[in-house]
Design a protein around this ligand. Structure first.
Ligand code: PMP
Length: 436
């Protein structure tokens, strides 16, 4: 996952002298672990709504970034940020209304049982905290994830992010199970198979004397390639983990904040109320903030025995920003337009698939869509996926590729993406496919 669609000079990727100098400077200063997207990496200098602009003044349609959730440089968010930053920025050890107003509004979007929130700066930290709470509450250590999951970068969470590859070892008490299947012809089989895999993982843990603590899943399985259907298919798996004494942690870093166009939270698509919910990326529209939302009885002992402080999590400015993002989603009534723009993407790419057999299993919900790129025998074709991603970039349209075979187009624009933008994407894709 980490090297998908990466610039690679050793593979013959060539760029301008100016970019080469910057790339060498990055490598010298930031070291070898960082990755740049695209064969010709972008040097971006400005963003506005669903558009980003490079140093040469070229405009790109952003169909990839979920962090600027309500659009790059949204004026309402900027105003909240600059106003609060010029008044006071401090931490949660002083009384301040912002963190309370934000917490109240955020919790107000969740089912009633999820009524307490703790703030962090990254999704990794939010998952790390959720895991500590789950282990404390259950007395277990066994965590079930999917086999191309990504949940973050801390030591404990990287060990639960199977997509990091074999160099990063899976936690010895964890079990990675196959992602759900995409099977519109047999929708009832999807949940059954996934629950059977969860039960098998629990049984294996128990055989090894490991007590289950949690099922930790990205509700839309985004790094596994995007699996959304049928609604409700997760219920049986969640019952299974709870029967075994474990908790259900919904990683909503990707599906949260209305991405489905149906609900504010991805787990609502499955009619579930998780025990813990972790949030991140879209919360601050680019400002680094994340959170763990929890049912109070689960937090009770952990909270009284182990104090919690996160220097920057929930700071006065972040809270103002977080509140402003929620206000924009509400004021601009984004859910219906997310639904419409997303439907136009899936319908448009679905229509292209009847003409171009490289496109298979086109699917999506709201503004998250996946399309598998396959060869003549229907096998994953990562080279073709990469060619499409790079050709689109050259057409001024930014998407990515994902999944265990790196052959799934990842379409995940800011939430202010509208139908007119979906049309631009589909037209661009058609142009690229006809050429390739
Ligand atoms: N969970 C999921 C599902 C994610 O996609 C990510 C980030 N890609 C994380 C957690 C980690 O978030 P962060 O990078 O803010 O630590």
């Amino acid at each position: 996952m980490l090297k998908t669609n990466a610039f690679d000079a050793s593979a013959g990727d060539t760029v301008s002298e100016e970019k080469l100098e910057m790339i060498e400077r990055r490598r010298r200063l930031l070291g070898p672990a960082y990755q740049l997207f695209y064969k010709d990496p972008l040097h971006l200098v400005r963003g506005e709504g669903v558009w980003v602009f490079d140093a040469d003044g070229n405009r790109y349609l952003d169909v990839y970034n979920n962090v600027p959730s309500v659009g790059h440089c949204h004026p309402h968010v900027l105003q909240a940020l600059t106003k609060q930053a010029s008044e006071l920025n401090t931490h949660t050890r002083y009384l301040h209304d912002n963190v309370l107003d934000f917490a109240e509004k955020l919790i107000g979007t969740m089912p009633d049982a999820l009524s307490q929130v703790m703030f962090t700066c990254t999704g990794s930290e939010a998952n790390d905290l959720a895991l500590r709470i789950a282990e404390d509450y259950t007395g277990g250590t066994g965590v079930i994830v999917t086999d191309y999951s990504y949940h973050g970068m801390t030591k404990s969470i990287a060990a639960l992010s199977a997509s990091m590859g074999p160099y990063v070892k899976l936690d010895k008490d964890a079990r990675a199970i196959p992602a759900p299947i995409h099977d519109p012809a047999h929708p009832e089989a999807v949940g059954k198979r996934f629950a059977a895999d969860v039960r098998a993982a629990i049984a294996d843990m128990q055989r090894h004397g490991i007590k289950p603590a949690a099922l930790l899943i990205d509700t839309f399985f985004t790094s596994d390639g995007g699996f959304f259907d049928p609604p409700g298919f997760l219920q049986e798996a969640v019952e299974a983990i709870r029967e075994a004494g474990g908790l259900y942690i919904a990683d909503e870093v990707q599906p949260g904040y209305g991405r489905s166009g149906e609900h504010m939270w991805g787990f609502q698509r499955h009619g579930l109320v998780p025990d813990l919910v972790t949030l991140g990326k879209p919360m601050g529209n680019g400002h680094p903030m994340a959170a763990t939302v929890v049912k109070p009885h689960i937090l009770e002992r952990f909270g009284s025995e182990s104090s919690y402080f996160n220097t920057f999590g929930g700071n006065t400015v972040s809270a103002a920003v977080g509140l402003a993002v929620l206000e924009v989603i509400e004021q601009e009534n984004l859910l219906p337009s997310i639904h419409q723009a997303g439907k136009a993407i899936v319908d448009g790419i679905g229509a292209l698939a009847t003409q171009y057999p490289v496109l298979a299993n086109v699917r999506g919900v709201g503004l998250y869509a996946s399309a598998e790129i396959v060869d003549a025998e229907g096998k994953p074709d990562a080279a073709m996926a990469l060619a499409i991603v790079n050709a689109l970039r050259d057409e001024g349209i930014l998407i990515g590729a994902i999944g265990p075979h790196a052959n799934i187009l990842k379409i995940r624009p800011p939430l202010v993406f509208k139908e007119e933008h979906s049309r631009l994407l589909v037209e661009g894709l058609e142009k690229v496919l006809s050429r390739l």
